[in-house]
Design a binder for this molecule. Structure first.
Ligand code: NAD
Length: 290
């Protein structure tokens, strides 16, 4: 397939490289990042989109996505698919899809989970919103870049799935960390705490697969001085998106709101920026109730 790839940062570069490695013809554009191996360079986003069957974007946020879409949609050939893999707000995802469809294009929102490791290994999970035909066109590319693509529904459904999942993740990580800190103060050994909770009703991915306590459970960023992993500021981005969506849909999400406030405090005032999101444990460890 002829693919345009716009946004070749930490995630986009390895994703585009995997498509090129598989034999696809990939043309890339980024404001700053160098082209990954096998990807030819275009001078503008519009040039990267011209004559392509599929245009993939992997950009920082919804405002940038809207600006890039404005530029590439008129350049794309009818019947081509614009597939955004960035994590953005649901409203931007829907607005861009509407604009693309009005121009005779297919449109997908297809945010990912799996991080830079998954992007490099080609094991991402894609959560996809948009039409069936567009999904079927891009599915072979999802299969190269990832291990699973779930078609979640109409435009915006992919972003909705992503932020709901990550809201659960943020809340359960905080709950796991505060419980470890309480257990410490009660004199409970962390290994015993893990042995019980990981096989009891308090278990979760945060506890069982990504334990925030160093030396306990499987290997995780806690065992590497909380180097990310999944950085606290990226968790904050997703929690902000979940609250923005909750606001616009009038959904009551008190735990998500609290998680957003805690990660905000951690990232902006407590040195959490650049740390893994599980570094909430040392944060709680140092504190009392006051
Ligand atoms: P990044 O900052 O490394 O990459 C973004 C790239 O977009 C940069 O290279 C930047 O130069 C480029 N860019 C910005 N504006 C542009 C424009 N107008 N035209 C062309 N290029 C432009 O970010 P990333 O870590 O690759 O993340 C990309 C997206 O994926 C984000 O939405 C993020 O939330 C999401 N995501 C990231 C991770 C992760 O672990 N890094 C995991 C899941 C999802």
């Amino acid at each position: 397939m002829k693919i345009g790839f716009i946004g070749l940062g930490n995630m986009g570069a390895p994703m585009a490289a995997n498509l090129a490695k598989d034999g696809h013809d990939v043309t890339g554009f980024d404001l700053a990042a160098p082209m990954p191996e096998g990807v030819s360079k275009a001078d503008t986003a519009a040039a990267a989109a011209t004559g392509r069957d599929v245009v993939i974007t992997m950009l920082p946020n919804g405002a940038i996505l809207r600006a890039v879409a404005e530029e590439v949609i008129p350049a794309m050939q009818k019947g081509a698919v614009l597939c955004d893999c960035s994590t953005v707000d649901v409203d931007s995802a829907r607005a861009v899809a509407e604009q693309a469809e009005a121009a005779g294009l297919g449109a997908l929102d297809a945010p990912v989970s799996g991080g830079v490791g998954g992007a490099t290994a080609g094991t991402l999970t894609f959560m996809v919103g948009g039409g069936e035909d567009a999904f079927n066109t891009v599915k072979p590319l999802f299969d190269i870049m990832g291990q699973k693509a779930v078609h979640c529904g109409a435009s915006g459904a992919g972003q909705a799935a992503k932020i709901c999942n990550n809201m659960i993740l943020g809340v359960t990580m905080i709950a796991t960390c505060e419980a470890f800190a309480l257990a410490d103060k009660l004199g409970l050994d962390r290994q015993k705490m893990f042995d019980v909770v990981s096989t009891s009703s308090g278990y979760s991915w945060s506890m069982n697969a990504y334990c925030p306590a160093p030396g306990v459970g499987p290997q995780s960023p806690a065992d590497n001085d909380y180097q990310p992993g999944f950085a606290a500021e990226l968790m904050l981005k997703d929690l902000r998106l979940s609250q923005q969506a909750a606001e616009s849909a009038d959904a009551d999400t008190p735990m998500g709101q609290m998680a957003k406030a805690l990660y905000e405090q951690f990232v902006e005032n407590e040195g959490g920026k650049g740390m893994d999101f599980s570094a909430m444990l040392p944060r709680f460890e140092k504190r009392g109730r006051g």
